[in-house]
Write a protein that binds this ligand. Structure first.
Ligand code: AMP
Ligand code: MG
Length: 321
């Protein structure tokens, strides 16, 4: 009897051992990763499935390359009629316009009116004539949202939108919500340049490196992080070089050409939608205006590398003298 008692006690006091799980996969034209601690393998397997499904769902909704995505149907119809969209799409469009106003149009999802003519793999870019013709169509003010109908309409015939500067951040936030809702306390979710961490990694802080913009074997800094989002926008992600000029995927809406003041921008913020939109925004704004904006925002930090390789950091990251 005593023996049974000791055995039962042993079962009850033995802590359930938590394990770490990770999974990497391709989605939204990039590599994604999820990593977390769970005390149930069953739950962990289910959560990995859910995270993969969620990122694929958002890709199906927001991809400009999928003819049946909600985004493609907006681009096809919104000049002629009010297009009723999902709650999720409406909210992300509102967020995008919020960042357009905040950045004086540096962040502008209608960049795609010219942006869609670039094909970085095929080394294709719009002609000067095409850029001139379509310049007017890049203007976030031509996107009209109607809250009561949940609809979107374009004022300009040739306007096209693309959520590439904000959708991955949204997807990372959604996946963190899924993990949190199932009691996960320590996790990392990444999609391309956008990552978010909650809690810690094996009792220690998370470490995320920022790569050297011109040498992918080098890190310029390895940041210790806890409960934060981090997004990097770089001119090395999608680009080609022609006649010594780098044509890359972050477009200055005022010219329809790639923004060339910076090589990389890393933003730290509370959530990934903000970090993602701001990293693209600051890349277009450049060092001075970009850092001024970051320093004015509560809970947002930046590490900027300019076109000459010079690094600058936001005021809050400076050590007190
Ligand atoms: P990121 O790597 O987060 O900076 O996102 C780059 C992506 O944002 C590009 O591939 C485009 O889809 C999109 N993008 C490019 N320029 C802009 C812009 N000025 N405003 C909003 N989105 C942009
Ligand atoms: Mg971004």
């Amino acid at each position: 009897m005593k023996c049974l008692f000791i055995f039962l006690l042993f079962i009850f006091v033995t802590p359930i051992s938590a394990e770490w799980y990770q999974h990497s996969f391709d989605v939204m034209g990039t590599r994604a990763k999820v990593e977390f601690e769970s005390d149930s393998k069953l739950l962990a397997d289910k959560l990995i499935e859910d995270v993969v499904a969620e990122m694929n769902r958002i890709d199906r909704l927001m991809s400009p390359y999928k003819p049946n995505s909600e985004l493609s149907s907006i681009n096809g119809l919104a000049f002629r009629e009010d297009v009723i969209v999902s709650q999720e799409m409406f909210k992300l469009l509102e967020k995008s316009l919020y960042f357009s106003k905040l950045t004086n149009g540096a962040f502008d999802i209608t960049f795609s009116s010219i942006g869609y003519l670039y094909d970085y793999r095929e080394r294709k870019r719009p002609t000067e004539q095409q850029k001139e013709q379509l310049k007017e169509s890049i203007n976030f003010l031509s996107i009209k949202l109607e809250q009561y109908k949940r609809s979107v309409r374009f004022d300009s015939q040739n306007s096209k939108i693309d959520l590439g500067g904000i959708a991955k951040g949204h997807a990372v936030d959604r996946c963190i919500e899924i993990l949190k809702s199932q009691g996960i306390k320590n996790a990392f979710v990444n999609a391309g340049g956008d990552s978010r961490v909650i809690g810690r990694k094996k009792e220690r802080l998370w470490y995320i490196g920022i790569r050297h913009p011109r040498d992918d074997s080098k890190l310029i800094v390895n940041l210790p992080l806890e409960n934060v989002s981090i997004s990097t926008s770089g001119d090395y992600e999608r680009f080609f070089i022609k006649d010594n000029i780098r044509y890359h995927h972050i477009i200055d809406p005022s010219t329809g050409d790639s923004a060339r003041e910076l090589q990389s921008v890393t933003i730290l913020a509370e959530n990934s939608v903000d970090a993602d939109a701001l990293s693209t925004s600051v890349f277009v704004l450049g060092s001075d205006a970009g850092m001024k904006l970051v320093n004015s925002l509560e809970g947002v930090s930046a590490i900027i590398i300019d076109k000459n390789g010079k690094m600058s950091i936001s005021d809050d990251l400076r050590e007190p003298n």
